[in-house]
Design a protein. Structure first.
Length: 474
């Protein structure tokens, strides 16, 4: 652990606390002074003077700091993702404010100023976010100057080593510098780099490295107290969730397919129902306009229904706005054999997705002008909210695939059917149609194994962000 990481990690606690105090003080000042006081004079300051109010704010701030700690906002690491950090700040402060509201409701002893509560809430999010942004900028400046950078050895070579090398060169703000790239693993090679430049971390970049080479790397890291990281192979990715259980005197390790069990499943289904209902309600004007545009441009049904493979490999009918000319829509109720012939013709010519079984084609001649627009804006996928409402899909999950695609999956890809497919998910926000199939499958499996409501919130924010910026939609 670098000293700079310890410093920046430690300084965040008092910085957040001070930011929360300032937010509370600003809210109190705005309510008791200036035009707001003139329009609606406040009397609660007589019952709760500024000194007592600040003491109260300090207590609430301490509670929020504890919530931040539970959320992992004080973990010591080189850099943090800005969006992940902001969502945790938002949720942590929201929880703290809700606790205050609950206390006020139950005790009826504190002031009753809704303005102060709302203003403090807004100011707290802004002040804490700004303080952390300032610290992050300072840290990035130091990292670009080589201060606090982790010296990394890539052991094993291969494509992952190349990708990491390029990434660390392109993004010095990530805080990593490659000081060695060792293909043939030997103790002397590792020790030579350690003596010449020093090593903070070894990243094993070959998922298929032999056990002998792995032992050499592990022993070296243990002796020289160097951090060890590795890229797992496909099969290791299946054993992320391990739970220890004991049956009588016998210890057992249970491999869980997903944490989405019990109350987690109830929570996810509840959020799906609420989210789909709200989405259909608020987006009804979009549904109406899209319906009129589709009907105006080409004859045929507004919605396109297609068989996809869902949870436990059960087929279901997915709903989308029709974006193709009717004669090109695949399916017995649409273009029939002629549409299937055109589909196979394009599939044979297609050379954009040779990495896996998925068929995606840019500049597809079957798509209408309206269809191209609604695909680019992801409007064509909005009817899937009805699939979510009836329980065939979820708001977030693995991508739903066609039966002919699923037939070409490898056996380890069957884990993709552990959960309901989602309207959006890890693969969609990471690259959509431009993502290689193997990477897409890996991300979806990672979602299955690491699901949480918090992860769904992050995916929601990322999905909203890419709606107007993603260039891979087809």
């Amino acid at each position: 652990m670098k000293r700079s990481e310890l410093f920046f990690g430690a300084i965040l606690v008092p910085l957040d606390f001070i930011a929360l105090l300032i937010a509370g003080a600003l809210a109190y000042y705005l309510r008791t002074s200036g035009p707001i006081q003139e329009l609606r004079p406040a009397t609660f300051e007589l019952d709760l003077p500024l000194t007592e109010y600040i003491q109260l704010v300090a207590v609430v701030a301490a509670v929020i700091i504890i919530i931040f700690a539970v959320q992992g906002l004080y973990t010591l690491q080189v850099t943090r993702k800005a969006l992940d950090e902001f969502t945790k700040i938002f949720s942590g402060i929201s929880i703290g404010i809700m606790l205050v509201v609950l206390y006020i409701f139950l005790s009826a002893e504190l002031f009753q100023s809704r303005f102060i509560l709302l203003a403090a809430y807004g100011f707290a999010i802004i002040m804490v976010s700004f303080g952390r942004y300032f610290v992050k900028r300072m840290q990035q400046v130091l990292l670009r100057r080589g201060m606090g950078v982790h010296r990394v050895v890539l052991a094993g070579n291969g494509k992952f080593a190349t990708q990491l090398t390029e990434l660390f060169k392109r993004r010095p703000d990530l805080g990593y510098k490659v000081v060695g790239d060792i293909e043939t693993i030997t103790w002397s090679a590792l020790e030579d780099v350690y003596r010449r430049q020093g090593i903070d971390e070894v990243i094993q970049t070959n998922p298929n490295m032999t056990e002998t080479d792995n032992v050499v790397v592990l022993d070296f890291c243990e002796q020289y107290k160097v951090d060890y990281k590795y890229i797992p192979n496909t099969f290791e990715a299946h054993s992320v969730n391990v739970r220890f259980r004991q049956v009588g005197p016998i210890p057992l390790l249970e491999l869980q397919r997903t944490p989405l069990e019990g109350w987690g499943r109830i929570a996810k289904r509840t959020t799906d129902i609420i989210g789909a209902a709200l989405g259909i309600t608020f987006l009804s004007p979009v549904f109406l306009v899209t319906t009129l545009l589709i009907k105006r441009e080409s004859p045929g049904p507004v919605f396109y229904r297609q068989i996809r493979i869902g949870k436990n490999m059960k087929p279901f009918e997915i709903f989308k706005f029709r974006s193709m000319y009717l004669e090109y829509c695949v399916g017995a109720r649409y273009g029939g054999k002629a549409a299937e012939k055109k589909y196979e013709e394009l599939r044979q010519r297609m050379n954009e997705r040779k990495d896996g079984p998925l068929f995606k084609m840019k500049d597809d001649p079957r798509i209408t002008k309206v269809g191209r627009a609604i695909r680019r804006l992801r409007i064509d996928e909005l009817p899937q909210l009805f699939n979510v409402l009836v329980g065939d899909m979820s708001l977030f999950g693995p991508r739903p695939h066609l039966p002919e695609e699923v037939q070409k999956y490898d056996k380890h890809h069957r884990k993709l059917f552990t959960l309901k497919p989602g309207m959006s998910g890890m693969a969609q926000v990471a690259g959509n149609a431009g993502l290689p199939f193997k990477e897409e499958a890996r991300l979806d499996i990672a979602y299955i194994e690491n699901w949480s409501l918090w992860l769904d919130i992050v995916l929601l924010l990322k999905t909203l962000r890419i709606v107007f910026t993603d260039k891979n939609a087809v």
